[in-house]
Design a protein around this ligand. Structure first.
Ligand SMILES: Cc1cc2nc3c(=O)[nH]c(=O)nc-3n(C[C@H](O)[C@H](O)[C@H](O)COP(=O)(O)OP(=O)(O)OC[C@H]3O[C@@H](n4cnc5c(N)ncnc54)[C@H](O)[C@@H]3O)c2cc1C
Length: 375
């Protein structure tokens, strides 16, 4: 009998098991694949972290807490997990995206600086944005290392006594009066509380979410720059560029000999995570290469690598962090809609609060499950 069982040890589950174990809970965490692995949503070396959240003000205090927790985890792990490069948001100066970034900076008094495209190139020569595009630099932005963060959370959890098992798939669970029973391909376990952090597989293990979560195939590409100096960590901030309906994001050279680019929602491929095509093809490459040519011509050298990955989208692109059917025995965190990794550390804290205390001091009202029913 455990205090808590966590289903899924990816970004969110690894953080949850770490916080639970550090708070003294007897916790079991079950992962269907390896730890870490590259079949879900938490791989590919880098994930953007930024403070000026244009999507909704709720996220800013959460990401501020996430920064603190990432730094604590780094100290614990004795290795870098969060690299500060600055973050560029760029787009039509009057677009909702850019107005939202400015508003978040104003509301939360976040350090930032505005540039036109020439001034941006003068400061960061890798950037060659069209004249009509404006840019805002947040110096505190940067990236976290997803695989290393998963490992660091798992190792910290293990040091605190957590029982974590890979290659063990959860087949189902049910609630019996005073406990939750979890059945896997190896055994059956019981706990007082259950946490579901199953990423793109959530609907198959928590059927209450069927119709609310849409897994979407994504692709990342690393290109060897023609002018490598322009794309080093100390000279090339991470970016999100919104140009009309298209959004590209990317990173300096780190870990792989190439700068990295992705296109938000890529080709819009809605998939089943068990049958998704995990090979990146020439059309994937063409889509991403176009972003490099449009904004970063000095990076337009040979391809160094490509990887597929999964978004799990909600219809409003806000997260789900809640109890399932208002039952305090089962908490769920899912639907991170392509922008969740930076929050893993604080989501882990929130899930431990929900499981152990029945509530949290963090404002998670935006992430309620029943907002879809009500709307
Ligand atoms: C290409 C790409 C770029 C992104 N860029 C950013 C970014 O720049 N910044 C940012 O903040 N976020 C970004 N994101 C989003 C972020 O990576 C995700 O929101 C985050 O990784 C989701 O974590 P998760 O724990 O929900 O899913 P995962 O890490 O996939 O974890 C779910 C785990 O549950 C396991 N599981 C599922 N079912 C079972 C079962 N039945 N039994 C046992 N185990 C099970 C899975 O195997 C998996 O390991 C990006 C995502 C992608 C794909």
């Amino acid at each position: 009998m455990y205090d808590v069982i966590v289903i899924g040890v990816g970004g969110m589950g690894s953080a949850a098991v770490c916080h639970l174990a550090k708070r003294g809970a007897r916790v079991l965490a079950l992962e269907q694949f390896d730890i870490p692995h590259d079949l879900g949503s938490s791989h590919g070396i880098s994930r953007i972290i930024r403070l000026a959240y244009w999507e909704h003000p709720t996220y800013v205090p959460l990401v501020q807490r996430a920064y603190e927790l990432w730094r604590e985890l780094e100290a614990d792990a004795g290795e870098p997990l969060l690299i500060v490069t600055g973050c560029i948001d760029a787009g039509d100066p009057d677009s909702p995206h850019m107005l939202g970034v400015r508003e978040a900076c104003r509301q939360f008094q976040l350090a930032h600086q505005e540039f036109d495209s020439d001034a941006l190139t003068a400061r960061f020569p890798g950037y060659r944005l069209p004249r009509a595009i404006a840019a805002i630099l947040q110096p505190a932005g940067g990236f976290v290392l997803p695989e290393r963060c998963v490992v660091a959370h798992v190792e910290a959890a293990q040091r605190a006594g957590a029982d974590i098992r890979a290659r063990e798939a959860v087949l189902g669970w049910d609630i019996q009066s005073d406990r939750v029973r979890v059945r896997t391909n190896r055994d059956t376990y019981a706990a007082a509380r259950l946490i579901v952090t199953a990423g793109a597989w959530t609907t198959s293990i928590a059927t209450h979410t069927v119709g609310l979560l849409t897994p979407e195939r994504q692709v990342m590409l690393w290109a060897q720059p023609r002018v490598p100096d322009h794309f080093q960590v100390d000279r090339f901030p991470v970016f999100y560029i919104r140009d009309g309906d298209e959004g590209f994001y990317g990173f300096p050279i780190y870990g792989v000999p190439g700068m990295k680019i992705g296109k938000y929602h890529h080709r819009g491929g809605i998939v089943d995570p068990d049958t998704m095509d995990r090979q990146a093809d020439l059309e994937d490459e063409r889509v991403l290469r176009e972003g490099i040519r449009r904004f970063f011509p000095d990076a337009d050298g040979p391809t160094m690598g490509m990887k597929t990955c999964l978004f799990t989208n909600t219809s409003d692109e806000h997260f789900i962090i809640d109890f399932l059917e208002r039952d305090p025995r089962v908490a769920i965190a899912a639907g991170f809609s392509g922008h969740g990794f930076k929050f893993c550390s604080v989501v882990g804290e929130i899930l431990a609060d929900l499981a152990l205390d029945g509530g949290t001091r963090h404002d998670i009202s935006l992430f309620k499950l029943n907002r879809f029913v009500e709307s």
